[in-house]
Design a protein around this ligand. Structure first.
Ligand SMILES: C[S@@+](CC[C@H](N)C(=O)[O-])C[C@H]1O[C@@H](n2cnc3c(N)ncnc32)[C@H](O)[C@@H]1O
Ligand SMILES: O=c1cc(-c2ccc(O)cc2)oc2c(O)c(O)ccc12
Length: 369
C-alpha cells in the first residue's frame, strides 16, 4: 500500500471515510427517532407548553436521573436531524444559561393525537412507527440473497408469502399497515379543496386500493357532489361503516374494477411492476368506458411519486428513491419518472395525461382515454 499521499489526497480519503460511515450508519437516525416516539418525547414537549430543559424532560419521562446524559445524546442527534430544536433560556440570575427543547414542524406531525389542539395538523405517527415493525425491517436482511433467487420480493423470502397475503393472515399487521396508510392520507386534506378543477363535473369515483376509506372521506368533504366507492381486498374493507355517499366493495383490481366517472389510485400503482400496472390500467378502461357518455369520457386519477432528479431538490429525490427501494423490497413495485409513467399510459391505450404537482412528494396524474 502506497502511504505517500498528498494532503489533498488524504483529505479526500477522510471525506470518503466520513461519507461511508454516515451512510452505513443511516439506520441510527431512524432507530433513534423510533426510540423518541416510543418514549413519547414529542407529546411531553408539546404538553409542557414552553421549552423544556433536559432535567425537566427526564422528570416528565419518569426516567432514572442517571439517564440524563444519555437522553441528552439522543436529543442532540434528533436536533441535528431537525426533529427537535433548542432555544436558549435565561435564568433569573442570568448566570447559568440553560437550553430548552421545542418541537419542529416534523415532530408536530409525530404527536400522538390526544387532544383537540393536536388535530390541527395531520398525524404521521402510525406511518413512521411502521418503519420499526420487524415485519418491514426483516426483509432488508435478505435483499442480497433475493438478487440470486426467484421469490418475487425480499419480503417473500423473509416471511414466506407476499405482503398482501401476510396482511390478510396477520390481523395485527393488517391493522397497523392500514392505520399507517390512512395516516399518510391525512396529508391530502391539506390541499384537497384546491383540486376543484380536477373534480368538477365528476359524479362518481372509485378509490381502488382505497384501504379504510380516508382518501374517499377527504374527497367527499371537499366535493360533496361526489359519491364514492372504496374498492379493496375483502379483508381490508371488512366491517367498514357505509353512508349514502360512501360504499365499500371487496374484490381484486386485476379481475375487475367497479364503474365510475373517475378511477382513483393513491399510493397503489407504485406497489406493482410495469406488467401488473398495465393489467390494472386495462381494467380501468373497462370501468370508465361502461359509465362514460360522449361528453363525459371519464378519467383515471393517480396520486403517486414522479421521480424528477433534474428539478427536485436533492433530499426530495433521495426520499423518492428510498421509497423506490422500499417498494422493490416489500411489494415488487417502483417509483417512476414521467417518461416511465407516459410509456405505461400510452401502452395501456390512454391518449393523454396531465401532471399537477400538489401533494409534496406525490404528484396528481390525470390520465385520459
Ligand atoms: C399502499 S396501500 C394504499 C392505501 C391507500 N390508497 C392510501 O393511499 O393510503 C395499497 C392498497 O392496495 C390494496 N390492494 C392490494 N392488492 C389489491 C388488489 N388485488 N385489489 C384491490 N386492492 C388491492 C391493499 O390492500 C392496500 O390497501
Ligand atoms: O409495507 C409498506 C411500508 C411502507 C412504509 C413503512 C414505513 C415508513 O416509514 C414509510 C412507509 O410503505 C408502504 C407503501 O407506501 C406501499 O405502497 C406499500 C407497502 C408499504
Amino acid at each position: 500500500m502506497d502511504l505517500n499521499h498528498s494532503q489533498e489526497e488524504a483529505n479526500e480519503l477522510f471525506e470518503a471515510q466520513a461519507h461511508i460511515y454516515r451512510h452505513a450508519l443511516n439506520y441510527v437516525t431512524s432507530m433513534s427517532l423510533g426510540c423518541a416516539l416510543e418514549l413519547g418525547i414529542p407529546n411531553i414537549i408539546h404538553g409542557y407548553g414552553k421549552p423544556i430543559t433536559i432535567q425537566e424532560l427526564v422528570l416528565k419521562l419518569n426516567l432514572p436521573i442517571e439517564k440524563t446524559l444519555y437522553l441528552q445524546q439522543l436529543m442532540r442527534l434528533l436536533i441535528h436531524s431537525n426533529f427537535f430544536s433548542v432555544i436558549k433560556l435565561h435564568s433569573h440570575e442570568d448566570v447559568d444559561e440553560k437550553e430548552g427543547y421545542v418541537l419542529t414542524t416534523s415532530s408536530k406531525l409525530l404527536l400522538k393525537n390526544t387532544s383537540e389542539s393536536l388535530q390541527k395538523v395531520p398525524n404521521l405517527l402510525p406511518f413512521t412507527n411502521l418503519i420499526l415493525d420487524p415485519v418491514i425491517m426483516t426483509p432488508w436482511q435478505f435483499l442480497g440473497k433475493w438478487f440470486h433467487r426467484s421469490e418475487s420480493t425480499a419480503f417473500e423470502i423473509a416471511h414466506g408469502i407476499p405482503l398482501w397475503e401476510f396482511a390478510n393472515k396477520n390481523p395485527r399487521f393488517n391493522e397497523n399497515f392500514n392505520d399507517a396508510m390512512a395516516s399518510d392520507s391525512q396529508m391530502m386534506s391539506l390541499v384537497a379543496k384546491d383540486c376543484h378543477e380536477i373534480f368538477a363535473g365528476v359524479k362518481s369515483l372509485v378509490d381502488v386500493g382505497g384501504g379504510t376509506g380516508l382518501n374517499a372521506k377527504i374527497l367527499l368533504e371537499a366535493f360533496p357532489h361526489l359519491t364514492c366507492i372504496v374498492f379493496d381486498l375483502p379483508h381490508v374493507i371488512a366491517g367498514m361503516i357505509e353512508t349514502s355517499k360512501l360504499k365499500y366493495v371487496g374484490g381484486d383490481m386485476f379481475s375487475s374494477i367497479p364503474s365510475a366517472d373517475v378511477i382513483f389510485f393513491k399510493n397503489v400503482l407504485h406497489d406493482w411492476s410495469d406488467e401488473n400496472v398495465l393489467k390494472i390500467l386495462k381494467q380501468c378502461q373497462e370501468a370508465i368506458r361502461s359509465t362514460s357518455d360522449t361528453c363525459n369520457k371519464g378519467k383515471v386519477i393517480i396520486i403517486d411519486m414522479v421521480v424528477d432528479e433534474k428539478h427536485d431538490r436533492h433530499e426530495i429525490t433521495e426520499t423518492k428513491i428510498v421509497f423506490d427501494m422500499l417498494m422493490m423490497v416489500l411489494v415488487t413495485g417502483r417509483e417512476r419518472t414521467e417518461v416511465e409513467w407516459k410509456k405505461l399510459f400510452l401502452k395501456a391505450g390512454f391518449c393523454r395525461y396531465k401532471i399537477t404537482l400538489i401533494f409534496g412528494l406525490r404528484s396528481l396524474l390525470e390520465v385520459f382515454l
